[in-house]
Design a binder for this molecule. Structure first.
Ligand code: PLP
Length: 409
């Protein structure tokens, strides 16, 4: 039990945090139509950057409406151009290692299958039973199709997975280790460098899902020794519903791994329409079919805002916002029977916080009626997504106080 400072719940505390927030001006860069709505779900769908609305108008009216097919001259390189920006500004990677295309699910399939093909003879995949559902489902399908074994680890639901959870199931039969960097439920951050190095020592490749990490915490794919990664852009990168995902392939592996979806956008000399597939050199080989141009333009704008704010400042605010939510949880909610479903140490936590009580489903629905948007996650968690560029301390306090009032009834 934490030691409580009685001033924690004072509204002046939230005002002071907001006044001292170096990122506070960024909230005005987003469309906030209803300033009374408490939006604590930016980890499911980030808010709309104002620049994106303007950019989409240009793409639709001027480029599509005016340039028509001639616009492909500058549309064609969007997936790689936006990937380069994402690589250097957000993911700790180099230009030429990231491309934006397809959905996270499809990219996960491409990279997982490519990794399995690159380790022929090895028959096991290691993942976490608490990993995001789409990743687990894709792996189940691949394991069935290839006759492989999935070695499920069952880490601590709040703090896991830890390197030792992975270490105990690794051997020379493991082809692939795949985990989320930030767990979608608990927000626990996995130790990417330690786990990647354990996997490499065992001869396995690593595939990291960064969906709840990109734009929320610092990611160091190159320095951390990750082999492969995927992630979505509509959460903390604020690129809009269904915006295309990214994928990363460490440059040293690009000659070795092959995209299993051999589409014409990954083809060398695409418009020669040649008789046989021959992949283009570099990261563009991981493209499949025609990119969704307006949505890619929205990714570019979303990444631009994150780049301008700086991922270091964003990460610092994520730690401070979630710490404030944890303090309010301890002061107001723990006495009402709640428990924290996220790590207490901010270094080990992404930009959301899970708080647990058996009636979480009902409470999350009741909060919605009180104009506080959160989400419920089975079996007993309310997830508060505190997207650093758009969430104020005041908003966190208001949301938590409404939850306290509901829970005390
Ligand atoms: C949100 C999320 C996804 C989403 O995948 P889609 O293909 O965009 O639906 C995948 N993985 C994780 C960890 C997520 O949080």
């Amino acid at each position: 039990m934490a030691i409580l400072d009685p001033a924690v719940a004072d509204p002046a505390r939230a005002e002071a945090h907001d006044a001292a927030d170096p990122l506070r001006a960024f909230r005005d860069r987003f469309a906030v139509r209803d300033s009374d709505l408490v939006y604590l779900d930016g980890n499911s769908l980030g808010r709309l950057p104002k620049a994106t609305a303007e950019r989409l108008r240009t793409v639709v009216e001027d480029e599509w409406g005016g340039e028509l097919i001639r616009a492909w001259d500058h549309w064609l390189d969007l997936p790689v151009r936006v990937g380069d920006r994402l690589a250097t500004a957000v993911l700790g990677a180099r230009a030429g290692e990231v491309v934006v295309s397809d959905s996270t699910t499809v990219n996960f399939y491409k990279l997982a299958l490519a990794a399995l093909d690159a380790r022929p003879g090895r028959r096991a995949i290691v993942t976490d039973r608490a990993n995001f559902p789409t990743d687990r489902y894709v792996l189940e399908g691949l394991a069935r199709a290839r006759g492989l074994e999935i070695r499920w680890i069952d880490p601590d639901p709040v703090d896991g997975p830890e390197p030792r959870d992975v270490e105990t199931v690794l051997d020379d039969d493991v082809a692939l280790v795949t985990l989320s960097l930030v767990n979608y439920r608990s927000a626990a951050i996995a130790d990417l460098p330690a786990i990647s190095s354990l996997a490499r020592a065992a001869g396995a490749l690593t595939l990291w899902d960064l969906s709840h990490a990109a734009g929320a915490v610092e990611v160091n794919l190159d320095a951390g020794g990750a082999d492969l990664a995927v992630g979505c852009t509509y959460k903390y990168l604020n690129a809009g519903p269904g915006s295309p995902a990214f994928l990363y392939v460490r440059s040293a592996l690009q000659g070795e791994l092959r995209n299993p979806i051999q589409g014409w956008f990954g083809q060398n000399d695409q418009f020669a329409m040649g008789p046989a597939y021959e992949p283009v050199p570099g990261i563009a080989a991981w493209l499949t079919g025609t990119p969704t141009v307006p949505a890619l333009a929205a990714v570019e704008e979303g990444v631009r805002v994150v780049e301008e704010a700086g991922i270091g400042a964003i990460r610092a605010k994520a730690a401070a916002l979630t710490a404030y939510a944890v303090e309010l949880h301890d002061a107001w909610l723990e006495p009402l029977g709640f428990g924290l479903g996220s790590p207490r140490d901010p270094v080990r936590r992404g930009a959301h916080v899970a708080i647990r009580r058996v009636d979480a489903r009902h409470l999350s629905a009741a909060l919605l009626e009180q104009r506080v948007i959160t989400d419920f996650r089975e079996p007993d968690s309310i997830r508060l997504g505190l997207s650093p560029l758009t969430t104020s301390y005041r908003e966190v306090r208001t949301g938590m106080s409404r939850l306290r009032d509901l829970a005390a009834r």
